[in-house]
Design a protein around this ligand. Structure first.
Ligand SMILES: O=c1[nH]c(=O)n([C@H]2C[C@H](O)[C@@H](COP(=O)(O)O)O2)cc1CO
Length: 137
């Protein structure tokens, strides 16, 4: 299974360690195409490539993916864009959100939940393993 993981980069890296741990868990189900999203060096590593390269590579990976998993707690316009493109491609999408009063989830994500192809879950990290099992198997 090819998994496209979305997480904030230029939107803010405060949850980067959580992304890394989620990616580790996802790798037990298949190949995570966007492993770099969990790397603490991502901005250093992506500095040598153009924004156009990043965009085109990521849209190609999105097309290739079987499933999209997005950590949506930290608002990121890039993650929102990826989710929108994934919906248009008919991908199965899981959005994970850690409820917090100062990080309100956009209605354009929470309101898209349909329980099957677009699933939005409030979660704590301890619950992630079971959520992945339910969604990916
Ligand atoms: O350097 C990058 N590499 C990259 O793969 N992305 C993609 C993957 C992430 O899921 C998403 C993050 O978007 P943003 O940078 O707007 O927070 O965009 C985004 C950037 C920087 O915008």
């Amino acid at each position: 299974m090819k998994i496209y993981f979305c997480g904030s980069i230029r939107g803010g890296r405060q949850d980067a360690e959580i992304y890394e741990r989620l990616i580790d868990k996802l790798q037990t189900y298949g190949e995570v195409l966007t492993e770099h999203v969990g790397s603490k060096d991502v901005e250093k590593n992506e500095i040598d490539v153009s924004d156009e390269y990043i965009h085109d590579r990521d849209v190609r990976w999105l097309e290739e993916s079987d499933v999209v998993v997005a950590e949506v707690t930290q608002t990121s316009i890039g993650v929102g864009y990826e989710i929108g493109r994934a919906v248009a491609m008919g991908k199965k999408i899981l959005c994970l959100y850690r409820p917090s009063p100062d990080k309100r989830l956009s209605a354009m994500i929470s309101g898209a939940h349909n329980g099957t192809t677009f699933v939005v879950k409030n979660y704590t990290e301890e619950e992630a393993e079971q959520i992945f099992k339910d969604f990916l198997t």
